[in-house]
Design a protein around this ligand. Structure first.
Ligand SMILES: Nc1ncnc2c1ncn2[C@@H]1O[C@H](COP(=O)(O)OP(=O)(O)OP(=O)(O)O)[C@@H](O)[C@H]1O
Length: 254
């Protein structure tokens, strides 16, 4: 099943915050089309690693390579333009705009390089982008909510809308930061099904997640972080039985 086509390579990355070694010796390879989960107890370094990948934080040493391009030193929007999209722990949305307009905006931004508020007036005349946004909303099961104010959506629906906002950019790599945080079990299962559907289209995903039901439902590969280091790396079965992983979780706060 492994095609060995590495699309993202985090190579020997270290990140220090003063005296704290938040990431040490991180070497991570994400293969094309796979769902790669990063798990670990609180404070293990998961968000720091994600922020290094998307250019929000500069590593103290090492580099991140995406599809042959070195990401280190590039700005987050440049990294986004290269084909990496991120779903945030707290969705970043325009609460006063409709769901449909929220999904159209990233497509605009991608096409024109930026989105400014005075472009809002021309949104309704953008038939092609509107149709694509409707298609994305249908995909995430939210077409019937397209005219609602985004701010009035439930938490689960906001996250689904944000997923549509990412998908309309047609990223090669989708980063998901706890995509089911705070969701009911029903919304969590709907999100798992949705992410499986995306996977069947071959999109590569890196997912940070605390919920092991989500991780084991979706991941092809799992890297386990503890105290800034990767302590285990492998298939879900490899990781599940690894005594070091069990120890890290028992010793942690989860
Ligand atoms: N900007 C910062 N300045 C100083 N220390 C930081 C900063 N960001 C994170 N840290 C520290 O780095 C370590 C790793 O934090 P990080 O948020 O990456 O962990 P995490 O695995 O994402 O945790 P959680 O599961 O709780 O979200 C922690 O000890 C944290 O306190």
């Amino acid at each position: 099943m492994s095609t060995s086509n590495v699309v993202l390579h985090v190579a020997d990355v270290h990140k220090r915050f003063g005296g704290l070694h938040a990431l040490a010796d991180i070497d991570l390879q994400v293969e094309e089309g796979q769902t790669h989960a990063i798990i670990g107890p609180n404070g293990a370094g998961k968000s720091t690693l994600l922020n290094v990948i998307i250019g929000k934080l500069a590593p103290s040493s090492g580099q991140v390579v995406f599809d042959g391009a070195i990401l280190t030193g590039r700005k987050p929007f440049e990294i986004n333009q290269l084909g990496i999209a991120r779903v945030f722990q707290t969705p970043e949305i325009f609460a006063d705009l409709s769901v449909l307009h929220n999904v159209m905006i990233p497509a605009f931004a991608k096409r024109d390089g930026a989105f400014t508020l005075n472009m809002l007036r021309s949104l309704d005349s953008e038939t092609t982008i509107r149709q694509e946004a409707e298609h994305m909303l249908e995909d995430v099961g939210m077409l019937n909510r397209r005219d609602m104010h985004a701010g009035s959506l439930s938490r689960g629906d906001k996250r689904r809308m944000e997923l549509a906002m990412c998908l309309i950019q047609h990223p090669r790599l989708l980063l998901l930061d706890e995509p089911t945080a705070g969701m009911s079990r029903h919304d969590t299962n709907t999100t798992i099904d949705l992410l499986k559907k995306i996977k069947s289209r071959g999109m590569t995903k890196v997912i940070i997640e605390h919920d092991m039901h989500v991780v084991f439902s979706l991941a092809d590969k799992i890297s386990v972080l503890a105290q800034g280091r990767i302590i285990a790396d492998g298939t879900p079965d490899d990781v599940r039985g690894n005594p070091k992983v069990q120890e890290a979780y028992l010793g942690g706060t989860h």
